[in-house]
Design a protein. Structure first.
Lengths: 270, 293
């Protein structure tokens, strides 16, 4: 699904990633762990064109997406739940959920209308297929409603808070809202940057088991960047260890037994 | 009693005008996070445009108003696309953008002076009318129009921000620019619209002020200081708060001259600005966390 080849990137003069290769398969959960400053978040930020990519390839579903603008990536089917301030505090919970979806809908409509215009150049009449695409516009409100209900079913607390400003939510609820917003877009790939950050151990556990279930419920691939190495490795199919801008180790769940991982990232007690 | 009602009416009129300036200023500040002081000159440009279309070219008044508003929007867009955006693309800091905005303010004010001359101009659309007596205060029909139209504008601006998608996207960008582009909002498009809408609001202010007062090339500086002060009093990050702050400023200035000579009007505005910047930079109604971030 996502392929990264020999990626060099950073911020301004500073090179953070020094040539990394990664891939994420269909419906795969991949964890990216490593110490502070190793460049974990920079991997996601490079895909999203927030960090500056100096060389390398980023392909998504076979298409080169390097250089696409940040706001265009959503349309390709990639969602990013960033670290820290992950929701719009001044918008209501419901507005937070609606915000990206309508943009996608827009894009599809404009594509339809463009082909429509092109086709009418050659024939003056609409065929039934084109009429159907015109009707699609009217029903899209229903579709948004349906997706919101799907998210509410997954995270019932959000339905209760629907009309509240999002800044009134607790840390765990915010994380759910951010996940919900990403799911509204029906992405193929979901990239999560430190989803457990600032949550209590109990909530962390909940979030991780939710993430694991998301894959099956929504049929998506997930990349999860985590400080909490053990938890991340446990829910992931594969794990990359990033050290100083390079992939130091790659493996399945068995790397929990790897000496180095145990000593450095699991406190040597595993 | 009649002095009190007269001062109240005067405060309401002044507040309406300041609020028109402050609402656009704070709308642009919200989505762009820099001080667009050239907003003041948008007001002056609109007033002079109306003067040119209506008084000089003799175009029908309502059509002149329409043209003025269109040109105001274009002027705002030009400032963003022509000056601020190229600077932002070069990673200019907000302080540099602030300096650029002061540069635009001075440049355009001087252009106005070159083109129209330094003497005051008058738009003679409304004959000097007999003021109406309103609880012992004198108010002209135009002043009623100023108050009513600004209130109508603020209500529609509120619903625009709350109920439309563009309004919601603007609030989202104001809230968190980076997150907004992650969820798929084209930040530059939203910023462009904020400049257009903000400058059209300035255009409306310019038209109403142009009808009420004389046109002076430097009127923009005076107005942006008032608008800025109003925005700071209320809370610069929020459009409704800026509007309320502007009315407070209007009243403070006018009730102030009950106790002080009327020459101290400006001093009252500056004193309030200083006090708020020192002791309550988030304003009366602004949210604390927004200033902290």
């Amino acid at each position: 699904m996502l392929q990264i080849k020999n990626l060099h990137s950073g911020y301004g003069e500073l090179e953070v990633l020094k040539g990394i290769d990664m891939h994420i398969g269909d419906k795969e959960i991949v964890a990216l762990i490593g110490p502070n400053g190793a460049g974990k978040s920079t991997v996601i930020k490079s895909v999203f064109n927030i960090a500056h990519v100096s060389s390398g390839k980023i392909n998504f579903k076979g298409k080169n997406i390097r250089g696409l603008k940040t706001h265009e990536l959503i349309r390709e089917g990639i969602c990013y739940v960033c670290q820290g301030r992950i929701i719009f505090g001044n918008l209501s919970v419901r507005e937070n959920l609606e915000i990206g979806v309508e943009l996608i809908k827009d894009n599809k409509n404009s594509r339809n209308s463009r082909t429509l215009a092109q086709r009418t150049l050659f024939s003056d009449t609409f065929n039934s297929h084109e009429l159907k695409s015109l009707r699609g516009k009217a029903s899209s409100k229903k579709e948004i409603e349906r997706r919101i209900n799907e998210v509410y079913k997954k995270f019932p607390i959000l339905r209760e808070r629907e009309k509240k400003f999002a800044f009134s939510l607790s840390g765990g609820e915010r994380q759910m809202l951010a996940l919900g917003r990403a799911l509204m877009l029906k992405p193929d790939l979901l990239m999560l940057d430190e989803p457990s950050l600032g949550l209590s151990p109990k909530l962390q556990k909940e979030i991780f088991s939710t993430i694991k279930k998301l894959r099956d419920d929504f049929n998506i691939s997930i990349l999860i960047v985590e400080q909490n190495a053990k938890k991340a490795i446990e829910i992931a199919d594969r794990t990359y260890l990033l050290e100083d801008g390079k992939i130091a180790l790659e493996g399945g769940r068995e790397i929990l037994r790897n000496k180095k991982i145990q000593q450095v990232y699991l406190g040597g007690r595993y | 009693m009649s002095i009190f009602s007269q001062l109240t009416v005067n405060g309401l009129i002044a507040g309406s005008i300041y609020a028109l300036v402050a609402s656009g200023f704070s709308l642009i500040y919200g989505t762009n996070k820099f001080m667009h002081f050239a907003h003041g000159v948008s007001v002056a440009v609109a007033a002079y445009l109306l003067y040119s279309f209506f008084s000089l070219a003799g175009i029908n008044f309502y059509f002149s108003v329409l043209l003025t508003l269109i040109f105001s929007g274009v002027f705002g867009l030009l400032m963003y696309r022509g000056i601020y955006l190229p600077l932002q693309n070069k990673k200019a800091s907000n302080v540099i953008l602030l300096i650029a905005s002061i540069g635009i303010l001075i440049l355009v004010e001087n252009l106005i002076q070159i083109i129209y001359g330094a003497d005051v101009k008058v738009i003679n659309f409304i004959e000097v009318a007999q003021g109406l007596n309103f609880f012992g205060a004198i108010i002209t029909p135009l002043q009623i129009v100023i108050i009513l139209s600004s209130v109508i504008l603020f209500v529609s601006l509120y619903f625009f921000m709350k109920k439309t998608r563009l309004g919601r996207d603007m609030r989202a960008v104001a809230d968190n620019k980076e997150l907004a582009s992650i969820v798929g909002i084209n930040y530059k498009r939203v910023a462009s619209y904020s400049f257009i809408i903000g400058s059209v609001l300035a255009g409306i202010a310019g038209i109403l002020i142009g009808l009420e007062q004389n046109l002076r090339p430097l009127m923009g500086t005076d107005l942006i200081i008032r608008g800025f002060t109003g925005a700071v009093i209320g809370g610069i990050t929020s459009v409704p708060a800026s509007i309320l702050g502007s009315y407070i400023l209007g009243f403070a200035e006018n009730y102030g001259i009950w106790f002080l000579p009327s020459g101290y009007k400006d001093a009252i505005a500056f004193a309030l600005l200083l006090i708020f910047l020192l002791f309550r930079p988030r304003g009366l109604f602004g949210l604390k966390r927004e200033v902290e971030k």
